[in-house]
Design a protein around this ligand. Structure first.
Ligand code: PBG
Length: 440
């Protein structure tokens, strides 16, 4: 019985006139080195091409019904990406659209058995079997725990809207990292709350800055047992609370992109010297990854990776963080540098730029309202993807749990699993300690 949408395996259906803008031999020659990587059904297609049918004709043969869509997902999702034939197919009129199902893992052309032959519940009855076939597994080493450090000694100020998270001084920070490491958390991202702020955030680049002090203390306490990442931005260090130095643009004041880049590079180099294992620029400035890469390379840190906040949205979910880091903008908002939450394609352009400038990991932030972006970035670039499960997302769970409205443990693990299933390899999350405990 033909399955709806299945590619008809008979080549004859494809024979017929059609626009021919590439000679079949050319296509075949382009495809030959790739044959080993293509799936059998695509080989059929190539067979047709060899038989003298152009891809244009193939495209025509399949329109205008769902078979055309089938062919698109077949070529996009299952054949190798970057295949010149496929790229050429686009221009030959196959009209490949956005590769929705391009993960390439699901064999959609396979004949799917129907009920009662198929009974998906067979894999669900037995909890051990259910566990065995589970696709996504969380572990403490998926997490990066954000921590806030400020001057002083013995400081442990709980952040009202982020229960269980504190502003810490260097000494209590060392204790906190030690306790988290006991739970299996090995990666930390540090945010600094400086003793003074000014117009340019100069203290952020000083070797005696608060983050630099914290890095040295943590490095000497834990050696290579922890991964120390630093958030690279100026909003905590400027008196106006924006992510760089300001300029006037007509009637508007906004961050001066190019004037901020050298400062950002200097901040990163200073953190690298103090012992950071990775830098994470979060200011959404154009060219920031390239500027930092050059700065690090020139300072002898060519080996030091960059995790770029590549697709960071101007989000209301950062509310609690701005209290924690004492960094809210004193006028306006961050819409002049962070992305418009309505945009998805733009995220791919942002990521492409950062990858081109040398980003090693790419971040999408926030996570929950942007799971589609995480998935698209993962599919498109195949690089390690980080997702930031931000302060507002955390606060909502804590607030509802405190009222007894939700099951905090199940909700938290479900959220983190969902972020990972969407395509994140690592998750920055304030739930890290709780989750690590629950995962034991
Ligand atoms: C900027 C920065 C912010 C967050 C991480 N880095 C705040 C902002 O852009 O306003 C937000 C993180 C969170 O909400 O948990 N330095």
């Amino acid at each position: 019985m033909p399955v709806p949408g299945q590619l008809n395996p008979s080549p004859r259906v494809l024979l017929g006139p059609g626009p021919s803008d590439v000679h079949p031999r050319v296509l075949t020659a382009m495809a030959t080195p790739l044959l080993g990587h293509l799936d059998p059904e695509f080989l059929d297609l190539l067979g047709m091409v060899q038989a003298g049918v152009t891809l244009g004709a193939v495209g025509q043969a399949f329109q205008p019904d769902e078979k055309r869509v089938r062919l698109e997902s077949l070529t996009y999702g299952r054949a190798t990406r970057n295949c010149p034939v496929l790229n050429h197919a686009t221009s030959c009129g196959l009209a490949l659209r956005e590769p929705h199902a391009a993960s390439g893992r699901i064999n959609t052309t396979m004949t799917t058995p129907q009920f009662p032959t198929a009974r998906p519940r067979r894999l669900r009855h037995n909890p051990l079997l259910r566990q065995m076939v589970r696709e996504t597994a969380l572990a403490p080493d998926d997490f990066i725990l954000p921590l806030f450090v400020r001057p002083g000694r013995g400081v442990r100020n709980e952040i009202a809207s982020m229960p269980g998270n504190y502003q810490l001084s260097v000494d209590t920070l060392v204790d906190e990292v030690g306790a988290a490491a006991e739970l299996g958390i090995r990666a930390f991202i540090l945010f600094g709350i400086p003793s003074r702020k000014d117009a340019t955030g100069a203290v952020a680049c000083e070797d005696e800055g608060i983050v630099q002090q914290a890095l040295r203390a943590l490095r000497s306490a834990f050696k290579d047992g922890v991964l120390l990442i630093t958030d690279e931005c100026f909003c905590e260090y400027t008196e106006h609370g924006h992510c760089g130095v300001l300029s006037e643009y007509g009637r508007r004041r906004d961050v001066d992109n190019d004037a901020t880049l050298p400062l950002l590079a200097a901040q990163c180099v200073s953190h690298a010297k103090a012992g950071a294992d990775m830098v994470a620029p979060s200011g959404m400035l154009d060219g920031m990854v390239g500027a930092i890469r050059r700065g690090l390379d020139e300072a002898g840190f060519a080996w030091l990776p960059i995790m770029s906040y590549a697709a960071k949205y101007a989000s209301a979910f950062y509310g609690p963080f701005r209290d924690a880091a004492e960094s809210p903008p004193q006028f306006g908002d961050r819409g002049g540098y962070q992305m418009d939450p309505a945009n998805g394609d733009e995220a791919l352009r942002e990521v492409a730029l950062d990858v081109g400038e040398g980003a090693d990991l790419i971040m999408v932030k926030p996570a929950l309202a942007y799971l589609d972006v995480i998935r698209r970035v993962k599919d498109r670039f195949g690089l390690p993807v980080a997702a930031y499960n931000v302060s507002g997302e955390f606060a909502m769970v804590k607030a509802a749990a405190a009222r007894g409205w939700i099951d905090e443990r199940r909700i938290t693990l479900e959220i983190l699993t969902g972020i990972k299933r969407a395509g994140a390899d690592v998750i920055l999350t304030y739930h890290a300690r709780d989750a690590a405990r629950w995962l034991r």
